[in-house]
Write a protein that binds this ligand. Structure first.
Ligand code: SF4
Length: 191
């Protein structure tokens, strides 16, 4: 394995470890109603994501040779909803995210974390959930802590945010440039 491939594999695994830890922390908390699509159904420029958050999905797509998906991602624009979003409930009743196990940090934090503004804890949740989530605010993980930990994994790949489709495209391009898949595909453990 070349050293850049090794490094990217390691970074992706560290990101997935962070996601797994967050998932554990959120496991007993109130979660989104089954099948709800409201937050994803917005132009991609409303959802700001870093390249690093999508590195695990980018290398998963390359490892599993999903060229159709890579082409769709290359064509995606931020005026449209997230390219991973399936709006049709009949095609995916359990929820609208087609790569839910690889969704970025921002999608994991929204709905079950808090941030601090003007010395006040505020829940990060949609207006439908805000009141319920507020009751568990003492149990919620800090979004700022998780974002800081993400940046500490790789500052260069986590310092800038983009609309979600641009971030995914850049992650795929970055992995395409510096990552060489091994066959048979290695397994990275998703959150
Ligand atoms: S990555 Fe998944 S959860 Fe996040 S906006 Fe896209 S479809 Fe929704």
């Amino acid at each position: 394995m070349c050293s850049m491939t090794e490094r990217i594999t390691l970074l992706a695994q560290e990101v997935l470890n962070l996601y797994a830890e967050l998932e554990k922390c959120q496991s007993n908390l109130f979660s989104c109603p089954q099948g709800c699509r409201i937050c994803c159904n917005t132009p991609a420029y409303n959802i700001e994501v870093t390249i690093l958050e999508f590195l695990p999905l980018a290398i998963h797509l390359i490892d599993s040779n999903q060229s159709d998906w890579i082409e769709r991602i290359e064509r995606s624009v931020d005026d449209e909803p997230c390219v991973l979003f399936q709006p049709d409930m009949s095609l995916k009743p359990e929820g609208g995210c087609l790569f839910h196990q690889f969704r970025p940090l921002v999608c994991r934090l929204f709905g079950a974390s808090f941030t601090v503004r003007k010395d006040q804890k505020q829940v990060l949740a949609c207006r439908l959930l805000r009141q319920k989530v507020q009751q568990s605010i003492h149990l919620l993980p800090s979004a700022q802590d998780y974002n800081t930990r993400l940046i500490s994994i790789d500052f260069f790949l986590a310092k800038d945010t983009y609309g979600i489709n641009t971030a995914l495209r850049k992650a795929v391009e970055y992995a395409g440039l510096y990552y060489t898949p091994l066959y048979p595909a290695r397994q990275i453990k998703s959150a």
